[in-house]
Design a protein around this ligand. Structure first.
Ligand SMILES: Nc1nc2c(ncn2[C@@H]2O[C@H](COP(=O)(O)OP(=O)(O)OP(=O)(O)O)[C@@H](O)[C@H]2O)c(=O)[nH]1
Ligand SMILES: [Mg+2]
Length: 297
């Protein structure tokens, strides 16, 4: 390496915060690609989703995490543990805090969790495009609880403040080799991505109770002779009434979900994806350890 050539930076960044703070929206924006599904319904993310940004300065690997919040339900304990484990394994923590809501008990909980992190801690004050704003309360909260965190005012919706935040992340990153090939922006398997996009469309089409009661499982995938991919997926809910809502009158709702998912999948994959969606009921799925540990990784 020549003397004038600067060394590459490389870091794994945990993106943490309470439900609906805008973590997934931010990761998508930072990576320039949609890697994580988003929705107005809290607790959308259930996995550790990697989004990768490669620039001339090096590579940042973002780990989007489920919204951190207090709950003793088995389902939520799994999600909480994913966040806690992630913080243990990363170089940098990016704490996303929503300035459109006053910081409350949930923020206290996250602040406590990240306060012991030894590496660089950045706080992204998100949703600065929203009025009324609780930015002052958020600043006071951070002064009190996490004075060591640097502050970055951003909007993951409009993109305001993002270049400065990206620069700060690279500044904080250690020198190192790229962990992924330059063209990668995520490391998700196709079947996981497909199931997530189906889940996102189902969440947007139903809202309220359905999103938390739903998981999507791919049961079959087959490459067809014409080059297209055929996928059968089950949308699993907890009650018969929810099954009815998802299917809709004469199958109208499930058709809307299918078409929306197929449209988005056509933009992601270099071949058409045809979905065969089925709805089934499993009243106890959120109590099953083997299923939860397989689904929430
Ligand atoms: N106005 C505004 N809305 C935002 C901003 N960032 C995110 N949102 C919205 O906030 C909602 C939640 O966004 P997500 O990115 O799904 O939030 P999350 O933190 O990943 O949520 P969980 O996965 O449930 O923990 C969505 O409706 C986003 O469009 C922002 O900067 N400004
Ligand atoms: Mg999310």
């Amino acid at each position: 390496m020549g003397e004038t050539e600067t060394k590459k930076k490389s870091a794994v960044v945990a993106v943490v915060g309470r439900p609906s703070a805008g973590k997934s929206t931010l990761v998508n924006l930072l990576c320039g690609q949609k890697v994580a599904i988003t929705s107005p319904v809290p607790q959308t993310t259930r996995n550790r989703i990697r989004g990768i940004l490669t620039t001339v300065r090096g590579q940042l690997i973002f780990i989007d995490t489920p919204g951190y919040h207090k709950s003793e339900r088995k389902f939520n304990l799994y999600l909480k543990k994913l966040v806690e484990d992630t913080i243990q394994e990363v170089d940098i923590v990016l704490y996303v805090i929503d300035t459109s809501r006053p910081p409350g008990e949930e923020e206290e909980l996250i602040a406590e969790r990240v306060s012991s992190f030894q590496g660089p801690l950045l706080a992204a004050l998100n949703k600065i495009d929203v009025t009324p704003s609780y930015r002052e309360q958020v600043e006071t909260f951070l002064n009190l609880r996490l004075p060591q965190a640097s502050r970055w005012k951003i909007s993951a919706l409009t993109g305001e403040g993002i270049p400065l935040l990206t620069q700060a992340l690279f500044d904080a990153a250690p020198e190192g080799d790229l962990l992924y090939p330059e063209e990668y922006y995520t490391d998700q398997d196709p079947d996981f991505r497909i199931s997530e996009i189906i889940r996102e469309k189902a969440v947007w089409e139903t809202r309220q109770e359905i999103p938390h009661s739903l998981y999507v499982e791919i049961s079959d995938m087959e490459k067809r002779e014409n080059g297209s991919l055929w996928v059968r997926a089950f949308l699993v809910v907890e009650r018969e009434s929810q099954k009815g809502i998802l299917i809709g009158k004469g199958g109208a709702k499930i058709k809307t979900i299918r078409l929306a998912a197929e449209k988005e999948l056509a933009e992601i994959f270099p071949y058409p994806v045809h979905l065969d969606l089925r709805v089934k009921v499993d009243p106890k799925w959120r109590q099953k350890d083997t299923l939860l540990s397989r689904l929430f990784r």
